[in-house]
Design a protein around this ligand. Sequence first.
Ligand code: PSU
Ligand code: MN
Length: 311
Amino acid sequence: MTQTKTAELPMTFHPDVAAALRDGRPVVALESTIITHGMPFPQNVEAARAVEAEVRAHGAVPATIAVMDGQIHIGLTDAALDALGQAQHVMKLSRADLAACLAMGRMGATTVAATMICAALAGISVFATGGIGGVHRGAETTFDISADLPELAASAVTVVAAGAKAILDLPKTLEVLETQGVPVIAYGQDDFPAFWSRSSGLKAPLRMDSAAQIAAAHLMRGRLGLPGGQLVANPIPEADEIARAEITPVIETALAEAEAAGIAAKEVTPFLLDRIFALTDGRSLQSNIALVLNNARLAAAIATEIAAMRA
Ligand code: PSU
Ligand code: MN
């Protein structure tokens, strides 16, 4: 494979991504923890390819990010994506683990936090995913707050997600984002979406109805010298929604199982995702894929607007 290496950083660009960045064309970053710790094989690899295709179909170049062979890969070849999707013992990388993984030469999948760091280093402004990490229920005793939240305040990347799952404490998640100075922008509605459901029952702090407004706000933060990015909360399409009343008991069961099994730290989120997929017989997985595709479309539109405004 012909790839370009930067001199200073342990970073390898897929040639399509390198060309787009050089020419100022739109690029959308994609995370890899969703592939290794968020969905089962082979649906994970199929979904990752479908999301990349969706980004391309909407005029941007996809850059799936992961760590392999001591390098941060910005855009994966088909072979690399296949290897990642089936590999065992892949590290789940957040801000704390990224440098260590590179130094040890291990394979690592980037969470929202680590993907933001890598995207910013690579010069990519927009990133699409499914759901972000947040404040877990019971955080007042466990202190389990995802490093995704402070990262949104630190790295200048606009993240498009379908809100956050109700496995989290959503009011506390919004409070922490407010404290950290992260703009939380609901797209096309007033309510903050809850991943499988279009509404969490909570109002989002901000609302925007066009990709152009989101792009302008992203660039305005840079002009004002404000560090950090934006969280765009894009509701799942109606046809793919699982009603709150239907998903709530499933979430409660998964949470009770996690507590009974003594699951803690980095294992909490993957454990809950896996149990919810099993408890819904894969229905949650279908919705999950649909909402990521929806986020990929919006992210491509935002990246296109940013590229046009910079030109
Ligand atoms: N929430 C989801 N799906 C996911 C994740 C979170 O609905 O796949 C993944 C993302 O990679 C996110 C990470 O950045 O889990 C958060 O993990 P933690 O809660 O351990 O910070
Ligand atoms: Mn955690």
